[in-house]
Design a protein around this ligand. Structure first.
Ligand SMILES: Nc1nc2c([nH]c(=O)n2[C@H]2C[C@H](O)[C@@H](COP(=O)(O)OP(=O)(O)OP(=O)(O)O)O2)c(=O)[nH]1
Length: 139
């Protein structure tokens, strides 16, 4: 069965973005130390955006407003990640914060467009970061 993961490419400003928020995983051990977009799995009975709102409250303690879906490869809207997991990624901005690594993360970092690959992203996220760069920063 395909597992749907939802995540947010959180920007400092949706209209005039200058930075992207990355989060370093603290768990599980296999993922700890790698960086990702905050988010998580959609649970039964949840719609994707509702799940993402819940995950961002739990993980970062923030409320957000959504921008657009970051289109995946081959004209698809979702990104293949691993083991039958697919991920939907929305651009987003914080409406109530500040963000803190409350759960699943031990560090947050705002990355400038020129520094997007200065952290070791989860492997599946590397092409997504490139897509965000093109979509948002015109890279
Ligand atoms: N949240 C998130 N997960 C990602 C990204 N890239 C990536 O490959 N993944 C993988 C890691 C995990 O195997 C899976 C998401 O699981 P998760 O652990 O974040 O989900 P969750 O918060 O609902 O946690 P749980 O209920 O499984 O404990 O997707 C990403 O950018 N963000």
């Amino acid at each position: 069965m395909t597992v749907l993961v939802v995540a947010a490419a959180i920007l400092d400003d949706l209209a005039a973005p200058t930075r992207l928020l990355a989060a370093r995983r603290s768990a599980p051990k296999t993922l700890a130390g790698s960086w990702e977009f905050a988010g998580g799995k959609v649970e039964p009975g949840e719609d994707p955006l509702g799940a993402l709102v819940r995950e961002l409250r739990e993980e970062l303690g923030v409320e957000i407003t959504f921008g657009q879906l970051v289109p995946g490869p081959n004209g698809d809207l979702s990104w293949p990640i691993h083991q039958g997991h697919v991920m939907l990624v929305w651009t987003a901005a914080i409406t109530a914060g500040p963000p803190a690594p409350l759960q699943d993360h031990d560090e947050l970092r705002w990355l400038e467009p020129t520094d997007l690959h200065s952290v070791p992203w989860l492997p599946a996220d590397v092409p997504i970061v490139d897509a965000v760069e093109r979509l948002v920063f015109g890279g």
